[in-house]
Unconditional design. Structure first.
Length: 369
């Protein structure tokens, strides 16, 4: 909105040359991140009080030896802070005519709404398993994933050049691995469902999911800037995708809002993001990864999420269904550490450290190719 307004003023009124700053993606991304952070911190306390007074509070249940009594009663659905701040920041500082930005924002809002419905049903039922049925939750996610895959691949509506959308790229390689054709649609659906639910599964301890989400968004912001800049893309041997630079602003807004949310979500948490925030973050990160053709990069920069969902699959599918026994104390992985008696803040901070290291490793792939 503001970039278009700045263009209008500069083209019709002399003396406003300073508004050229809005032409720079880097400026808009930094301002969007700062605005989202300040907005979240400023209104965070009011939102928390509002959630508490409306009895929108956590209803966690004990799992095996895990005592959830200290969590129950904490305001939940704090993902509304993330949704509101990041969305407003992008609408103000992003270029609204950009299709990549709208696709990214639509995934953020759509999955956030799904999370809101699920959280409200849990609160109303008074228990964790009283939310939306697994079948309905998967159906709503699948609905978006299939629709996005159609837009992504169909030549009439795809934002990509002809023949480019179905190519699969990998970190450290300059050229595409292969062209999957329409099978890429299946891959798109898998990526969205896998990443969305991996982020949601990781949100189990105070502040655990938000920092890996921030670091992942920050890395993709850098990649979006490079891939959307013809000079940098050619220099670093990436396929130049015009328009993806606006995803830098979106990712920066999400990272800024995430830092603001961490202000209240750090141990001991004053508010939980709930499925509202976790599904929204997973949805937008998966969509951004696909639009940048950097889906496999998520295995590195989102390694914390990958390990978390992987440990659950190993425990459930291989351990219990195949081996007939548990292969770990508990799953996902962070619960195993808690089972061993490691303090919650220590588990969370160590996961943060790993996520930051993985983010730096992911940035190396910009040049090591």
């Amino acid at each position: 909105m503001l970039p278009e307004l700045a263009d209008l003023i500069r083209n019709n009124i002399h003396g406003f040359e300073a508004l050229r700053l809005f032409d720079y993606v880097t400026f808009r991304a930094i301002v969007a991140a700062l605005f989202a952070f300040l907005l979240t911190v400023t209104f965070g306390r009011r939102v928390i009080v509002w959630l508490f007074t409306r009895r929108i509070r956590d209803v966690s249940e004990d799992v095996l030896t895990a005592d959830a009594s200290s969590k129950r009663g904490t305001p939940t659905m704090g993902g509304l802070l993330l949704l509101g701040a990041a969305t407003l920041a992008y609408l103000l500082f992003g270029r609204l005519g950009n299709v990549f930005g709208w696709l990214g924002l639509s995934s953020f809002v759509y999955f956030g709404v799904v999370g809101i419905i699920d959280d409200l049903q849990k609160v109303k039922a008074g228990r964790t398993r009283g939310g939306m049925s697994e079948r309905m939750k998967w159906a709503l996610q699948l609905l978006y994933a299939v629709a996005f895959a159609f837009v992504y691949l169909h030549p009439a509506v795809s934002p990509f050049p002809a023949g480019f959308a179905s190519q699969l790229f990998a970190p450290f390689l300059k050229f595409p691995l292969t062209d999957l054709g329409w099978y890429y649609g299946i891959f798109v659906v898998f990526v969205i469902l896998a990443i969305t639910n991996a982020v949601n599964l990781t949100d189990g301890l105070d502040g655990l999911a938000i920092v890996p989400a921030i670091s992942t968004a920050a890395v993709y912001a850098v990649f979006a800037y490079v891939i959307g800049n013809q000079v940098l893309a050619e220099y670093l041997r990436f396929e130049f995708i015009p328009g993806t630079e606006e995803l830098t602003v979106l990712c920066a807004a999400i990272a800024g809002a995430g830092l603001g949310f961490l202000w209240f979500n750090a141990y001991p948490a004053e508010v939980f993001m709930g499925d509202t925030g976790a599904l929204a973050l997973g949805g937008v990160l998966s969509t951004v990864a696909l639009m940048l053709k950097q889906e496999l990069l998520f295995v590195i920069v989102g390694g914390v999420f990958v390990v978390e969902v992987g440990s659950s699959l190993i425990q459930g599918k291989i351990g219990e269904n195949v081996a007939g026994r548990r292969l770990m104390y508990r799953a996902p992985l962070h619960l195993s550490f808690r089972h061993l008696g490691v303090a919650e803040p220590r588990v969370v901070i160590r996961f943060w450290i790993v996520s930051i290291i993985l983010a730096l490793f992911g940035l190396l792939t910009l040049k090591v190719r």
